[in-house]
Design a protein around this ligand. Structure first.
Ligand code: ADP
Ligand code: MG
Length: 237
């Protein structure tokens, strides 16, 4: 199994941000965590990544108990909404960063970077700096950098959240194509139901720290399991 979350809780003071959540993400699956702001999506992602430790429960990554592993031990790629790239490094250098830290041979790094530039369809822009790219191009570079080290798991927290509607739409289709090529187990946080519907294999609907329903986009849309899901999903326009 890709990711197994077992009865995980996380409190801040008396407040349960994540309240006894269980969730399975199959290997190679792209799972969206969808729900309103403050419902616990980012906290669960941070628990999966190791940036937070659960108060109770277990987290398994690719068959290993990762509950108390450090971030480094988990071999995870991340992309967040902001501050994704190093400003003083070119696109190539940004993508190469994690590979150089791991002291891979230079020729190998070079080959891998060119492959990734190709994958994100930015072949001609490798020598640019982040401020010479559009917002959408920057997030594609951030994805390439996250994928460079061949993570077991890719975690995306509202990666397109800061971009305008047209660019977001293009990136959805683009992320879907990328996932179909790379097939890394991915968890994608969003509060945008249309985005989740279009990109994800499966969707987990969050509400106040718990999960209301998990299912494919069509299951969630056609057969909402609770009144909350019904009102949150509504018609997709
Ligand atoms: P989402 O990503 O769904 O918007 P979050 O997981 O970021 O929600 O937050 C869930 C709840 O937990 C929110 O009410 C938030 O204020 C609270 N929370 C998250 N992180 C912290 C923290 N470090 N300290 C205190 N409260 C937090
Ligand atoms: Mg969030």
């Amino acid at each position: 199994m890709g990711i197994v979350v077992e009865n995980v809780s996380k409190r801040f003071g008396n407040f349960a941000a994540v309240d006894s959540v269980s969730l399975t993400v199959k290997t190679g699956c792209l799972m969206a965590l969808l729900g309103p702001s403050g419902s616990g999506k980012s906290t669960l992602l941070r628990l999966i990544s190791g940036l937070e430790t659960p108060d109770s429960g277990k987290i398994w990554l690719i068959g290993q108990d990762a509950t108390y592993q450090s971030v480094q031990e988990r071999n995870i790629g991340f992309v967040f909404q902001h501050y994704a790239l190093f400003k003083h490094l070119t696109v190539r250098q940004n993508i190469a960063f994690g590979l150089e830290i791991r002291k891979l041979p230079k020729a190998k790094v070079k080959r891998r970077v060119e492959q990734l530039l190709n994958l994100i369809q930015l072949e001609g822009l490798g020598d640019r700096y982040p401020n010479q790219l559009s917002g959408g191009q920057r997030q594609r570079v951030a994805l390439a950098r996250a994928l460079a080290v061949e993570p077991q798991v890719l975690l995306l927290d509202e990666p397109f959240g800061a971009l305008d509607a047209k660019v977001r739409k293009d990136l959805r289709a683009w992320l879907r194509r990328l996932h179909d090529e790379v097939h890394v187990t991915t968890v994608f946080v969003t509060h945008d139901q249309e985005e989740a519907m279009e990109v994800a294999d499966e969707i987990a609907i969050f509400n106040q720290g718990h999960i209301e329903q998990v299912g494919s986009p069509s299951e969630i849309y056609d057969r909402p399991a609770t009144p909350f899901v019904m009102s949150f999903i509504g018609p997709v326009n």
